[in-house]
Design a protein around this ligand. Structure first.
Ligand code: PMP
Length: 285
């Protein structure tokens, strides 16, 4: 069955799902989005994703032309129309079509788009072996320029770092902030483990507050780990016992090298394994 795409309350066949080339989402990356997972027909942390979408919109003076309840229903209806139980949901709100100028006041209707698809996951081998990372020379957006807390349609900052990672043979790259501290990876948050302590950079390190990050911190507290949001340097990652990333698509994925330095034993660690298992239980039972 070809996928059906939701645009402003209507479902379109994939090839007919189109928006204007004058949309400021395309012209300027002026819009916001979310990436969400559905497990066995249950949408994981939909309320949290919608809250972040609304916060992102608020931060760019974009009014989403529907209620959160209506958006939640639209997500569920689109999944049902596509017969998707286990899949990925891409929610997009663009500024809408306007003139060839930056002024958002000269745009018309924001476009609400929901794409549902099967999820393309990292190969299992990445989880059993662990990822190698490099530090990108492209720093994360300065929070005073474009806050990384806004999940905007302008992802060039992350794409440039991703390219650097790929060129070095890594599927993810570490991004530092303007202070040289560890921020996050191009599409995932980062954690390190020291003894029974789990540490991740705070929001003001210039990161996207990941929904998976939040869920994993909660699981770690249940596992009686000491959880803290503390600024980290690359040195902290180099000398950590374990390191892993979190994200909607990746879930919990071990990291075993940064900049060719082995982290811990050089193999995925037991605490990472335990949290990965707890996350699987949370999403799949
Ligand atoms: N950081 C960035 C830059 C992201 O784009 C994402 C989402 N892919 C994440 C972190 C992880 O967030 P979440 O757990 O909500 O998917």
């Amino acid at each position: 069955m070809p996928p059906k795409v939701y645009i402003n309350g209507r479902l379109f066949e994939k090839e007919d799902a189109k928006i204007s080339v004058y949309d400021h989402g395309l012209l300027y990356g002026d819009g916001v989005f979310e990436g969400i997972r559905s497990y066995s027909g249950r949408v994981f942390r939909l309320d949290e994703h919608l809250a972040r979408l609304w916060d992102s919109a608020q931060a760019i003076w974009l009014t989403i032309p529907m209620t959160r309840e209506a958006m939640a229903k639209a997500v569920r209806d689109t999944l049902a129309a596509n017969g998707i139980l286990d899949g990925y949901i891409r929610l997009i709100v663009t500024r809408g079509a306007g003139s060839l100028g930056l002024d958002p006041n000269r745009t018309a209707d924001p476009q609400v788009i929901i794409i549902t698809d099967s999820i393309s996951m990292y190969p299992e081998e990445y989880y059993t072996r662990g990822l190698d990372l490099v530090t990108a020379s492209t720093i994360r957006n300065h929070p005073a320029a474009l806050s990384p807390r806004i999940k905007s349609l302008n992802y060039l900052n992350n794409i440039l770092a991703k390219i650097e990672g790929l060129q070095a043979g890594c599927v993810e790259a570490l991004m530092l902030n303007h202070k040289g501290e560890v921020a996050e990876c191009t599409g995932d948050n980062i954690f390190i483990v020291r003894g029974r302590e789990l540490v991740t950079p705070p929001c003001d390190a210039g990161i996207l507050e990941g929904v998976t990050r939040d869920a994993v911190m909660q699981l770690a507290r249940e596992a009686e780990l000491i959880v803290s949001e503390t600024p980290l340097t690359r040195h902290d990652v180099y000398v950590a016992d374990e390191c892993f990333l979190t994200g909607t698509a990746a879930e919990v994925i071990p990291v075993v090298k940064l900049d060719a330095r082995k982290i811990g034993t050089g193999a995925p660690g037991p605490i990472t394994g335990d949290l990965r298992e707890r996350f699987r239980k949370l999403t799949r039972s």
